[in-house]
Design a protein around this ligand. Sequence first.
Ligand SMILES: Cc1ncc(C[n+]2csc(CCOP(=O)(O)OP(=O)(O)O)c2C)c(N)n1
Length: 320
Amino acid sequence: MLLARTLEDKLAHLYRAGGRVVGGVYLGKGQEAYSAALGVQLQRGRDVFGPFIRDQAARLAFGEPILDTFRTYFGSVLGPMRARDGNVHRGRPKEGMPAMISHIGSMMGVVAGMLFSRRLQGTLGDSVGAVTIGEGGTSTGAFHEGLNLAAVEKLPLIVAVTNNQFSYSTPNNRQFACKDLVDRAIGYGVDGYSVDGTDLAASLMVFRTAVRRAREGHGPQLIIGSLLRLTGHGEHDDSSYVPDALRQSALGRDCMGVTEAFVREHEWVAAAEVDAWRTDFRAQVEAAVSQAMKEPGPDPFKESWRALSSAILTEGQWEA
Ligand SMILES: Cc1ncc(C[n+]2csc(CCOP(=O)(O)OP(=O)(O)O)c2C)c(N)n1
């Protein structure tokens, strides 16, 4: 959580400073507890994870290197997307993390499809797949098709919905008509859970149960975490449409402060240790930024232009 917040604060500064960041910046401020609580339950190399745009914390927990973020935001040719895609559209498919296509539903079918193909190939074992999505994304056809397929096939799919109260500027009462999104679990025939997404301990417990049940063959698990997005949709958005009363409500509390107080109270970590992490994480982030800044952008004459090739051609090859 702390590394994600440190990294994203830096990204927001770099965006405002102008220069190296290509395109928009999309952050998960306020969503770190819920996101990390899912990420730590998954195992890279065993499970599949399809993150959305507010999952820096879960990406880090799953093992995505810090450099991947800055290399992709800066358009470095050494990044995982080799500068063919930007910002949050990054992944490492061979390591079980497909690159995000769209924020609002497409990854449901991708992750369900990866699980289904593993089953057909006999390699599914007790691996699970997780996909994250916002409450707005649950209104799309892609969400319905993906979840329905996973439910019918009883795929081990964990669907972590983050209800952050706004889909861009559209509030919940213009987004869905059911009382609570978790009610939809009944219609799909899957397990459903509701959790306070600002509460790390509660989120850890809910995801631990959901991942265990998915591994044990109980089919898709639909989790609804409620919280407030503490930033704009992207850094270009001032989120002036969020009412003050909502910001001051329990939903609007910052999970970072809540978690820090909780871990101190329960003596999970000493205050000095948290301070040491803070210093260490700042240093790690600064080192990654300065390394990615020095790296070159793509050179079209050195690209193979084969969609499925990951090779960068050497000089002799591209001349030929
Ligand atoms: C297929 C598609 N249609 C539209 C968009 C534009 N779009 C990106 S995010 C977004 C709203 C998402 O809201 P929500 O699912 O609630 O997630 P949040 O941003 O609140 O985390 C929209 C309309 C898109 N990325 N892809």
